[in-house]
Design a protein around this ligand. Structure first.
Ligand SMILES: [Zn+2]
Length: 107
């Protein structure tokens, strides 16, 4: 029987997923499946922003003053000019990058 040992995932900053919560949910969801007992390795990816005003493009940080639950609805401010006319161009993805599995040898 094939058994998955490691699941590597990339989580964008703007998904606002909490790694601890993700790991907990993964554990529950994986019970009685080939994923049971697999280790979930989470890599956080920085959010990327594009500014409509100054055309800044790059990494952005979530405003630490805004709670995560609200930040998902709040406009991200441009770190260069402070404009709120921005759009998120990255960091909203949740991707499974690779899965490592142990395949039992058939004899
Ligand atoms: Zn700007």
């Amino acid at each position: 029987m094939t058994k998955v040992s490691i699941v590597n995932v990339e989580v964008g900053e703007f998904t606002f997923l909490v790694p601890e919560q993700l790991a907990f949910n993964f554990e529950i969801a994986s019970r009685n499946s080939v994923l049971e007992g697999a280790e979930l390795r989470i890599k956080t990816v920085k959010g990327r922003l594009f500014c409509n005003d100054c055309h800044f493009e790059g990494e952005s940080q979530v405003n630490p003053d805004i709670p995560d639950q609200l930040a998902v609805f709040a406009p991200m401010k441009c770190p260069k000019c402070g404009s709120s006319s921005t759009k998120i161009i990255g960091g909203r993805d949740f991707i499974i990058t690779s899965i490592e599995a142990e395949v039992a040898e058939s004899t």
